[in-house]
Design a protein around this ligand. Structure first.
Ligand SMILES: C[S@@+](CC[C@H](N)C(=O)[O-])C[C@H]1O[C@@H](n2cnc3c(N)ncnc32)[C@H](O)[C@@H]1O
Length: 349
């Protein structure tokens, strides 16, 4: 149900999920030293309701921030469930506690009008972006590609929320491959509970009223974190039965990240959840099997009519055709197996 709602949000561009303060605290505690003397921008955040703004305002002195800027999109009414009805937006600047009561008071916040609707792509918002050292928010999922492209263009540090499926995007994957973006610590249980305006709230099993549970939500960052240098302990040994080779590519298939063999030095296809364990000193990322141009460049042939015929005779109606350069496996019984999306990696040590 939650993923269906996420798709609805995508198409309707509703994107109105709000991040819980506890999730922000859990992630950002790993980045503390990065904030000293820095200007933070939250540019998809109505400052009066955003927990990102709240987190940085409340921790301004603890983190040693220089400046906090937040811009809101369209709606300037203090309503958590923004309907984006008002074209005029505001931004807020906070420069720390002035009256010595150690609390961010409204009188210490500078509230300024924006000329336009607060779209992060507008020139005036880009001017604010230029002033920032670190950008931190949960941007609209539907604009994730554009959002990241802008951060990269202006060479900003960032800690942002997105869906793990974005890893496979043509615009995002090369950033990961070239170590310009990686995954943060993440949400407990691999799913986020967002505060949501949808009628259909979290299912009964979630026990969190007023929340929507979305699985596969991750933090993306380009700031150094300890996690990225932790080695994945490998304890399995390679054998051709448990690790079949693809029929049309010289790499072995690995169904679970924890099964990566300790003694295999060739190419390996691993699930995208591997990215959560990726340590660039331990592994090299070679490619992504969702990118058919890359597969073609690697010399991966098309599946061909015979393979498809065989697949159908097994009762497999997957959306593949004879001209696709999809990877497949022929198992010991001669059956055609189509693996899920894989990232191709190689061990460095
Ligand atoms: C997923 S919500 C997250 C809100 C807030 N950052 C949080 O984490 O609680 C994304 C927010 O981006 C805003 N938004 C949508 N399109 C935008 C745009 N083009 N520029 C800036 N903000 C936008 C939405 O109004 C919404 O509040």
């Amino acid at each position: 149900m939650a993923n269906k709602l996420l798709n609805t949000a995508k198409t309707a561009k509703k994107d109105e999920f709000y991040t819980q303060l506890s999730d922000i605290e859990n992630e950002l505690r790993h980045y503390r030293p990065h904030f000293k003397g820095k200007t933070v921008l939250c540019n998809c955040d109505d400052p009066r309701v955003s927990n990102f703004f709240k987190y940085f305002a409340l921790n301004f002195e603890v983190l040693g921030l220089k400046r906090l800027i937040a811009t809101c999109y369209k709606n300037n009414e203090p309503d958590l469930f923004s309907m984006n009805t008002c074209e005029q937006a505001v931004y807020i600047i906070y420069e720390g506690d002035k009256n010595g009561n150690k609390v961010p008071d409204p009188s210490e916040m500078e509230v300024l009008p924006l000329q336009g609707d607060g779209d992060f792509r507008s020139q005036e918002c880009i001017e604010l972006l230029k002033q920032a050292d670190i950008v931190c928010t949960n941007p609209p999922f539907s604009l994730f590609r554009e959002y990241v492209a802008q951060l990269v263009k202006y060479d900003k540090s960032f800690i942002i929320i997105g869906h793990q499926n974005a890893l496979k995007y043509k615009e995002i994957f090369p950033l990961i491959q070239n170590n310009k973006l990686w995954l943060g610590y993440g949400f407990s249980g691999g799913a986020a509970h967002f505060i949501s305006s949808y009628e259909d709230k979290a299912s009964a099993g979630d026990h969190k009223a007023g929340m929507i549970r979305v699985s596969g939500v991750v933090w993306y960052t380009n700031l150094e974190i300890q996690k990225r240098h932790e080695e994945l302990i490998l304890f399995k040994t390679y054998n051709p039965t448990d690790y079949p080779k693809y029929a049309n590519y010289n790499a072995i298939d690995i169904a679970r990240t924890s099964d990566i063999p300790a003694d295999y030095n060739g190419l390996m296809g691993v699930p995208i959840t591997f990215m959560d364990k990726y340590n660039p000193e331990q592994f090299e990322i070679i490619g992504n099997t969702c990118d058919t141009d890359w597969l073609r460049g690697q010399g991966v042939g098309i599946m061909g009519a015979e393979t498809i015929k065989k697949l159908r005779s097994q009762g497999n109606m997957a959306h593949v055709t004879a001209n696709m350069n999809s990877l497949y496996i022929i198992n010991g019984d001669g059956k055609i197996i189509l693996p899920y999306a894989r990232i191709i990696i190689r061990r460095k040590k």
